[in-house]
Each structure stands twice: as structure tokens, then as C-alpha cells.
Design a protein around this ligand. Structure first.
Ligand SMILES: [Zn+2]
Length: 307
């Protein structure tokens, strides 16, 4: 297996991970995968960033061929035999899956052998993490880049990857003003009112901080989406330094390279727009909603520098 660097972008949804993923993937030494953990569920019907259906994209077909050949199964049994998602990685979770999620987030590496022997869910999650890792390795080998960036975002999965391969994981924790995220959620998903969206932001970001708490400090970095949009060169240079790579100015136009990102918002790629911070939410969030947010999640938001 080729040596490569596994880089996970983790953040709450609607925090700008698609943009960061596209920018990083434009580096000559990085392949971005988009939301890799969705490869399995969207494989048959969704488009790859190259414009083909994922199921007929030669890049992903070859990746799947390699990982299935390694375990001697036919490629069409990939979804069934090599799951990339497990209970704890899903959006809709049962109470049992939530317990498993909490267990994985709060456990430390010393407790892992005993948890693995006692809890089938932990074994399943680690198996899924190991399958994800094999796919990342196959991507690195096929693309010929030493770094692979995956913007699956999910903190439980990030933690499982840390458990499975602790020495090969760098994490980019992307944050965005929680008031903007909550607003974006209300607009995108009718089921949330603003207070519920604020609570979700708080809950999900806490899960991320729990997931990465014991990853050594030089293996994780926090990036604010607003800084990325306002000063892309400075922020991207800092991320490149973190990854041990030299900054390439072409990254900012994020159009370069042979792209095969999975399940991310490709609008920035297709519109070729310049990086711009949309602060329309400031006009649209009502004073009442602002107070609601301050009560629910104001403290964490201030911790990230959002006043
Ligand atoms: Zn493709």
C-alpha cells in the first residue's frame, strides 16, 4: 500500500467545506475526494465532479476494482461487503446508534481493545473506517499524489479513522459563524426553526471538538470560513504549511486538475466565481433570532471569535 497522508476536513454542514475541498484539490500534490463516505450510497445515480455518473467514472471504477481485488470479491459486491458508513455515521440515527456515537466520541485509545471485544457496533464502525482508509490509499496510489483530502465532515468517522490509523491523520476543523450556519439550515431544510438549528450547530460542533481532542496539536488545524473567503492566499498558505506542502497560487482559482469529487456542492467549480463571502444572513436574521442564538450557542460562537 502506498504511503500517503490522510487529511480529513471536519465541520458542521453548511460551513464551506465544498469550497475548501475544491481549493485544496487544485494543488498538484493533493487529490480531493469530496465526501468520500457517500461514495457507497450515491454510487449508482450521482454525478462525479468529472461530469460522468459515478458508476461510469473510470477513476472510481478503478479505485473500487483495486480495493475489491485486494480482498478477492467482485467489484459489484463493493457496497455490500465493504461498507463506508455505519450506524454512527448516519444522519438519521436510532437511540442505540446515538449511544454508539457517544461511546466512540468519548472513548480513548487505551479503552479501545476492550470496547472492540464487548461492543459489536464499535467493531462495525472500525471496520467501516478501515474500508474508508483503504479507499483513500487506493485514491493516493491511482492519482499519484502523496496527500488525499476527504471532506466527509463526520466527527464519528474522523474519530474511527483516528482509532484505526492514528499516525496517519491530519484534521482540518472548519468553522463558520454559527448564526450564518443556522440561517442556512433554516433556508435549506424546512424542518428546522432557527432555535433548533442553533442547538444542532452547538451539538454538532461539540461532537467535532470531542472527536479531535486528543489528536496531537500539530496534526490538527482550525480554519474559519470567513477568513478563508476574506484572505484566501493567507489562509490557504497556512493550510499548505500545515500539510507540509508549498503553496501554489493556482489553488485560489480551484479549477485545476482532473477532478473526481463525490457528493459536494460543485457550484463554485462550475460558476468559476471568485471567492466571495456571502454575509446576506446578517440582513435576514431577525433581532429575536439573534437573541435566541446568543442564549443557546453564543458562548461557543464567541470562542471562535464571532461577536
Ligand atoms: Zn469522475
Amino acid at each position: 500500500m502506498q504511503e500517503f497522508q490522510n487529511v480529513q476536513i471536519t465541520c458542521v454542514g453548511h460551513s464551506g467545506s465544498s469550497l475548501l475541498n475544491l481549493i485544496l484539490g487544485a494543488h498538484s500534490q493533493i487529490t480531493s475526494t469530496g465526501e468520500l463516505m457517500s461514495l457507497q450510497t450515491v454510487y449508482s445515480y450521482e454525478n462525479c465532479a468529472c461530469g460522468r455518473r459515478l458508476g461510469s467514472c473510470p477513476f472510481w471504477q478503478e479505485v473500487i476494482h483495486r480495493v475489491t481485488t485486494a480482498v478477492s470479491i467482485p467489484p459489484d459486491r463493493f457496497s455490500e461487503v465493504l461498507p463506508l458508513r455505519d450506524g454512527a455515521y448516519r444522519h438519521r440515527r436510532t437511540a442505540g446508534q446515538r449511544c454508539l456515537e457517544l461511546l466512540l466520541l468519548t472513548a480513548n485509545r487505551r479503552a479501545l481493545p476492550i470496547l472492540k471485544s464487548l461492543v459489536a457496533g464499535v467493531r462495525r464502525s472500525l471496520f467501516a473506517a478501515s474500508n474508508n482508509y483503504d479507499i483513500l490509499a487506493a485514491v493516493a496510489e491511482l492519482a499519484g499524489t502523496p496527500v488525499v483530502v476527504d471532506s466527509s465532515k463526520n466527527p464519528v468517522r474522523t474519530r474511527s479513522l483516528f482509532f484505526a490509523h492514528p499516525d496517519n491523520l491530519k484534521v482540518i476543523h472548519l468553522v463558520r459563524d454559527g448564526r450564518a450556519v443556522a440561517h442556512s439550515w433554516v433556508k435549506a431544510y424546512g424542518k428546522f426553526d432557527y432555535a433548533a438549528a442553533a442547538r444542532q450547530w452547538l451539538y454538532r460542533d461539540r461532537a467535532i471538538r470531542l472527536a479531535i481532542r486528543d489528536i496531537p496539536k500539530n496534526y490538527r488545524i482550525r480554519v474559519r470560513y470567513e477568513d478563508l473567503c476574506r484572505s484566501p492566499e493567507i489562509v490557504v498558505e497556512r493550510v499548505c504549511y500545515f500539510l507540509g506542502l508549498k503553496y501554489e497560487p493556482e489553488m485560489i482559482s480551484y479549477l485545476g486538475g482532473d477532478r473526481h469529487d463525490v457528493h459536494i456542492n460543485l457550484r463554485p467549480l462550475h460558476q468559476q466565481s471568485e471567492i466571495r463571502l456571502d454575509e446576506g444572513w446578517k440582513e435576514e436574521v431577525t433581532p429575536g433570532q439573534m437573541s435566541q442564538f446568543a442564549r443557546i450557542a453564543g458562548r461557543l460562537n464567541r470562542l471562535y471569535g464571532y461577536e
